[in-house]
Design a protein around this ligand. Sequence first.
Ligand SMILES: Cc1cc2nc3c(=O)[nH]c(=O)nc-3n(C[C@H](O)[C@H](O)[C@H](O)COP(=O)(O)O)c2cc1C
Length: 328
Amino acid sequence: MINDNFKQKKIYVAPMLDWTDRHCRFFHRLLSPNAVLYTEMITTGAIIHGDTAKHLTYNEEEHPLVLQVGGSEPRDLEHCAKIAKQYNYDEINLNCGCPSERVQKGSFGACLMREAKLVGQCFTAMKQSGLEVSIKHRIGIDDINDYEFLYDFVNELHESGCRKFIVHARNAVLKGLSPKQNREIPPLKYDYVYRLKADFPQAHITVNGGINNIPDILIHLKNADAVMLGRSAYHTPYILNEIDNYIYNDRIILKDEIIEKLCDYSVEQFKKGVYIGAIIKHILGLYHGQKNSRLWRQHFSNSVLLKKIQNYQDIIEFFNQAGKLLLA
Ligand SMILES: Cc1cc2nc3c(=O)[nH]c(=O)nc-3n(C[C@H](O)[C@H](O)[C@H](O)COP(=O)(O)O)c2cc1C
């Protein structure tokens, strides 16, 4: 069963470590009332033994919001899912797609695709929380290129009751490529994801990888249930608003309106002790491709100016100055 709140949701913003923190998600939510937002991956160890509140606290506006976790120990994952439920996340997602060496050392991420039975146990344990549980994975690992490997992985989970899959349509390469390189090579194979949807019509299948424009999104939505955007949502965030306008007929939200709301948010966060640069760094792509956007970006990433901010009037002035640069 798929959570009713999610049935109509077509656009997901990917979990991205160091990028999709709560400030970034607040910004994305201003752009898109409809997108499903993901946290960065948080390990079970960090949730259980670290500063749980720091890792899991978010702004109410961020719903619908999915917590992505990294781990492979069913009891720890169950514990984390129960905590996520207390924090009122809308869903919990298990990372079976990250190829980094650090993650491999912890025996989770993409290497779990070789351990379908264990992932099934993790799923069953997480389900004890009562939260919707989804799995994000690749189409294969290393030189395993046959569709059957992917089919068997998903089938094992489907038999455990999992009905929600987010599929990054390229193989994970566990040795020889950095995670960054592995987001470009090997080539994407969307047809594998489409085949999954045909083979598991009851499952909710989201396609991910290299998607960055509305015409392509429309093609994907004919073959899968939803689309997940990663880097395009981060580097050219206004696409989120354009998509909402196109798909849901939502009104266009002007960039200046977004900036006004972000200025208020920055003031509010500053009063709580947040460094403004931690918010601003996520919005640098807002005016991408527009006249003077480079000047605007330089102003917002100027660490000397950022360090001079002492009070909330300075923040308002800082935003005003940026606005003037755009009009120059
Ligand atoms: C900076 C960065 C950090 C990422 N961190 C995560 C992560 O924490 N968990 C995860 O499942 N995928 C992570 N990814 C992968 C993305 O979720 C996504 O699958 C990948 O970027 C492909 O989508 P895209 O081509 O739309 O960017 C990350 C990607 C980037 C660029």
